[in-house]
Design a protein around this ligand. Structure first.
Ligand code: HEM
Length: 198
C-alpha cells in the first residue's frame, strides 16, 4: 500500500501540538502571568522550545527505525519548521523586547559573548534548511545535494546545545541532559553510517 502524502491527520495533530507552547505564552501574557521578569520568560521559553523541537526532529529517524514506524519520518518537516519558527521568535524577542533594537549592543553581543555567537551561527545555518524544506526546493536541488545540505543539522543542534550550556551560569544539569541526548542521537548516526560501510 502506498504511504499517505500531504496534510494528513497526524501532521495536523503535530502542528496543533507544536503551536501549544506559543499559545500558552500568549495566554500567560494576557493573564499577566509571565513572572517577575516577563521578558526573560518569553526569550527563554521560546529558546527552550526551539531546542526541544530541534532535538525531537533529530530523534525521529532513530525512533522510526526502533519502533518500525516509517510515518515518523514525515513528522520531521513540520517539527523542523516549527523549531525554526520558535528560534526565529526567540531571536526576535531578544532583538525587540530585550534589546529594543539597539543594533550596536546586539552586534557587540554577537561578537563578544560566546553564547550569543554560537546561537547566532546556529540560527544562520538553520535558514537554508528552512528555505529548502519544500518539495519544489527538493526537486530543484536534487536528492543528493538536498540531503548533504540538511546534514547541517548535525552541526546546528550541538551549537544550540553549546549556546544553552554557556549561558547557564549556576546549575548546568539541564544543558548537560540535552548534550547527553544529542550525543546519543549523533552517536547512533555514526554507528549506522559505520555499519553500512562494512
Ligand atoms: C538555534 C538557535 C537557538 C536555540 C535553539 C536557542 C536556545 C536557547 C535556550 C534553550 C535558552 C535557555 C532557555 C532557558 O534558560 O530555559 C536560550 C536563551 C537565550 N538565548 Fe538562545 N537559542 C538560539 C539562538 C539564539 C540567538 C540567535 C540569540 C541572539 C542573537 C539568542 C539569545 C538568547 C538569549 C539572550 C537568551 C537568554 C539568556 C538569559 O536569560 O540569560 N539565542 N536560547
Amino acid at each position: 500500500m502506498k504511504a499517505k502524502r500531504g496534510f494528513t491527520l497526524d501532521i495536523a495533530l503535530i502542528c496543533g501540538l507544536c503551536l501549544m507552547p506559543v499559545l500558552w505564552l500568549v495566554w500567560r501574557f494576557v493573564q499577566n502571568d509571565l513572572g517577575v521578569n516577563p521578558v526573560e520568560t518569553v526569550v527563554r521559553q521560546l529558546g527552550v522550545w526551539g531546542l526541544r523541537l530541534l532535538v525531537l526532529g533529530l530523534a525521529l529517524t532513530p525512533l522510526a527505525r526502533l519502533l518500525r514506524q516509517g510515518r515518523l519520518i514525515r513528522w520531521r518537516r513540520p517539527i523542523g519548521l516549527f523549531a525554526f519558527g520558535y528560534v526565529t521568535l526567540h531571536l526576535l524577542s531578544y532583538v525587540v523586547i530585550d534589546q529594543y533594537f539597539d543594533w550596536a549592543q546586539i552586534w557587540s553581543d554577537i561578537l563578544k559573548r560566546p553564547y550569543i555567537t554560537f546561537g547566532m551561527v546556529a540560527f544562520v545555518l538553520l535558514i537554508p534548511l528552512a528555505l529548502t524544506s519544500f518539495n519544489a526546493a527538493i526537486r530543484r536541488l536534487g536528492g543528493v545535494v538536498w540531503r548533504n545540505l540538511h546534514r547541517l543539522i548535525y552541526v546546528i543542534v550541538p551549537l544550540a546545545a553549546l549556546h544553552y550550556f554557556l549561558l547557564v551560569k549556576a546549575d548546568k544539569t539541564m544543558p548537560l541532559v540535552y548534550a547527553a541526548i544529542i550525543a546519543i542521537l549523533l552517536g547512533w548516526r555514526v554507528w549506522e553510517w559505520a555499519r553500512k560501510k562494512v
